[in-house]
Design a protein around this ligand. Structure first.
Ligand SMILES: [Ca+2]
Ligand SMILES: [Ca+2]
Ligand SMILES: [Ca+2]
Length: 311
């Protein structure tokens, strides 16, 4: 069974103002696994080929690393650190921020902040995003995975959230009517003249010598996204499992992702990756033999009671 999660989108033009931010997604999603992965590596650059200073994830015993050049336009939480490519891993994991969760082992009656996950229990993850008020991309892409099947890699069917935050809307979905202009750089070499319109319908701005999308970047710099409520699967072995979260810009995806799909590993020239170790606890489930003795005792009790009533 493949994992499917609700993905809420927004229209770039804001015609449909969906109140999708800062709203917990209701509904329960059961987790399942498949050997099939949708991601390919067409444009993905391995971090081992990069030299310089990057932000990395800090997960251990996982398949491959992720690295990001700059938090100039977007990040998880409010902190961002970078390491030498020789380190190839986040060295300051104590500064990881932007991801938190609540857990429930009583079916959602009570919730515990950042507690242990319990097999068969519920968990809902929260992602806090920070972005700049400028840029020429349409959206920032948030995505996160949990290595539920403990095979050391994050596959597409282990995605727990995939959200786009459009540059021209605030965290409540309101479209910006003022602010920094979002320029059309895709026609950068296709210069126009006063009054001309390019094939994307953008008009030439003679004053700034650019194609003007007439779209303003929102002044809102922070938003919170929630995963669905997830039921923690029964794991093969009880040990810590790794969550990875990433945020990048649309332009980064065009250059370093397969068909605009952000996968858990590889280089991105913007944004951030954060890894979190999740502790999994178990619940006491009666042994089958114990359960059988209990049921047998219950059956005898009911039979004796019925006999007394019949007399
Ligand atoms: Ca961060
Ligand atoms: Ca996995
Ligand atoms: Ca990091």
């Amino acid at each position: 069974m493949a994992l499917h999660l609700p993905v809420i989108g927004m229209f770039y033009t804001g015609i449909n103002k969906m109140k999708c931010f800062k709203v917990a997604l209701a509904g329960l999603t059961l987790l399942g696994f498949s050997q099939f992965s949708y991601a390919t590596s067409t444009n993905v650059v391995d971090c081992s080929t990069k030299s310089g200073s990057y932000d990395y994830g800090n997960a251990s015993s996982q398949e491959s690393s992720a690295c990001h050049s700059t938090d100039r336009w977007q990040k998880l939480g409010s902190q961002w650190t970078s390491e030498s490519s020789n380190d190839a891993s986040e060295q300051n994991s104590g500064t990881n921020d932007g991801v938190s969760w609540v857990t429930s082992s009583d079916g959602g009656a009570t919730w515990i902040q950042n507690g242990e996950l319990t097999t068969g229990g519920l968990v809902r993850f929260q992602f806090d995003v920070t972005r700049s008020t400028d840029g020429n991309h349409k959206y920032d892409q948030l995505k996160s995975w949990v290595d539920w099947n403990q095979d050391g890699s994050w596959s597409e069917n282990e995605t727990i959230i995939a959200e786009k935050w459009w540059k021209n809307v605030d965290s409540e979905g309101n479209v910006a009517t003022s602010g920094n202009t979002n320029w059309d750089l895709t026609r950068w070499n296709d210069l126009g003249t006063l009054g001309s319109v390019n094939r994307d319908g953008n008009t030439w701005n003679a004053d700034d010598n650019r194609w003007n999308k007439k779209i303003k970047n929102s002044a809102d710099t922070s938003a919170t996204f929630f995963s669905a409520e997830l039921r923690v699967p029964v794991l093969n072995a009880l040990k810590d499992i790794w969550l990875r979260a990433r945020i990048v810009c649309e332009n980064s995806l065009e250059n370093h992702a397969d068909n605009m799909n952000l996968i858990a590993t590889g280089f991105q020239d913007q944004g951030e990756v954060e890894d979190y170790s999740l502790t999994i606890a178990t619940v006491d489930i009666p042994e089958p033999s114990t359960l059988l003795i209990f049921l047998l005792g219950l059956l005898i009790f009911i039979t004796q009671r019925n006999n007394k009533i019949a007399k």
